[in-house]
Design a binder for this molecule. Structure first.
Ligand code: OGA
Ligand code: ZN
Length: 405
């Protein structure tokens, strides 16, 4: 039989289904040889059937107008053809076939947003003494190198590149290997150096304790890239702390502090002559369970406690506790950026910072940019798919060579 079209761009393995039966409630239950099962709802199968009122083969998207769906649709018959599922819907008698590998990926939960992304590896300074490091020029040129760097970035929440050209465009070239830049009022890319009239504490020589950028936004940038162009000052060491490790520690050792950080809200504001950004949220924002946690921590833009007066004292004391832990030797790593280095990190998970520096001792110039998390997640998934396709082509090729030998 012709392989059924799937509503995506993946090349699924033909994991033949062993048996299928219709359920009393109009659905179909498929079972694979290893016992894995999937109960398919008739309405879900109907909208994923190829053709009008289902999957348009051109866009691979569903063109069903929900008001046209017959809610009484049932599966009248289900059988297997070469291990693929074929069903007949009632009323109407329309037939549709489904790729067994596509159904299997649903049975495995592989369709879920975080399924094919690396699991977070939570770290303390004792586990990870410096950022995982990759060769910058390879990442600019090769998809394999890009995929390996993104794997570390997603797993550890940070990954460094070395040996990149030290010009002002490099940070955008690297970011564009991943996706579309997230532009802010600081520009598509922005400088970090000592300004005479700074619009941010970052552009002074002051210490920046463990923080996250732009907590003043509804969705703070997911990832940040900082590329070092020049660094001859004394001081100005870079720091990183895994927010997830700090949260884990607080949750078990200081549950009251953890509660105050997750429940008490603050209003953050980021202002300039022509800007007035504000957002209110807790310092550890656990979201609603669908999205990774967001740490909102940057004292220069934390404007107001958004809580009753009587709760303010405890909230400040919890913040101070977080400050001690996230800047402590147990949790924070320190390293130096040298020209050509680029550090990328998850701005909502990993708290970054720098030590103060003596601005008369030399020059320190970084160029930075942001990427939304969606861009990083999408690129990582696509690379995984493409590189898996290349691997399977290679093994088909090798098998053919062997059989011809
Ligand atoms: C920033 C920042 C770090 C550094 O610009 O937000 O944290 O090393 N900079 O200067
Ligand atoms: Zn910062």
């Amino acid at each position: 039989m012709l392989q059924p079209i799937t509503p995506d761009y993946y090349d699924y393995e033909w994991t033949a289904i062993e048996s299928v039966s219709c359920s009393n409630d109009g659905g179909a239950v498929v079972v694979w040889e290893d016992g894995k099962k999937l109960k398919c709802h008739p309405l879900w199968l109907r909208e994923n059937a190829l053709g009008p009122g289902g999957i348009d083969p051109r866009s691979k998207e569903n063109d069903l107008n929900i008001v046209d769906l017959n809610l009484g649709t049932r599966i009248a018959q289900a059988y297997l053809e070469d291990g693929a599922l074929v069903v007949q819907f009632e009323p109407g008698g329309r037939q549709a076939s489904f790729h067994p590998g596509w159904l299997r990926h649903v049975a495995e939960g592989e369709h879920q947003p975080f399924a094919s992304l690396p699991e977070p590896q939570i770290w303390r300074a004792t586990d990870l003494t410096e950022p995982p490091t990759h060769d910058g020029c390879s990442v600019l040129e090769s998809d394999e190198a890009l995929a390996e760097w993104l794997d570390d970035l997603l797993g550890y929440g940070l990954a460094r590149l070395t040996g990149l050209p030290t010009n002002i465009q490099t940070v955008a070239s690297v970011a564009r290997r991943v996706g579309v830049l997230r532009e802010t009022n600081f520009g598509a890319t922005w400088h970090v150096s000592v300004d005479l009239n700074p619009n941010s504490t970052a552009n002074t020589n002051a210490e920046l304790p463990a923080h996250s950028d732009l907590p003043s936004r509804e969705t703070p940038p997911g990832f940040q890239l900082l590329h070092c162009l020049e660094n001859t000052v004394s001081g100005g060491d870079s720091t990183m702390t895994d927010g997830l490790a700090v949260a884990e520690h607080l949750q078990t050792k200081e549950p009251d502090v953890f509660k105050l950080l997750t429940l008490r809200k603050w209003t953050f504001s980021n202002r300039d002559e022509g800007e007035d950004h504000r957002w209110t949220g807790p310092v550890i924002d656990k979201g609603d369970g669908r999205v990774p946690w967001t740490f909102r921590a940057f004292h220069p833009v934390r404007g107001f406690p958004a809580m009753p007066y009587k709760e303010i004292n405890d909230a400040y004391s919890a913040l101070q506790y977080l400050g001690h832990v996230s800047n402590s030797d147990e949790f924070q790593i320190r390293y130096q950026l040298v020209p050509g280095d680029l550090i990328a990190f998850d701005n909502r998970r990993v708290l970054h910072g720098r030590t103060a520096f003596d601005s008369t001792s030399g020059i320190r110039k970084l160029q930075g940019t942001y990427l939304d998390s969606d861009e990083v997640y999408s690129r990582a998934r696509v690379l995984r798919r493409r590189l898996a396709d290349v691997d399977s082509q290679k093994s088909i090729h090798a098998a053919r060579k062997d059989s011809n030998a």
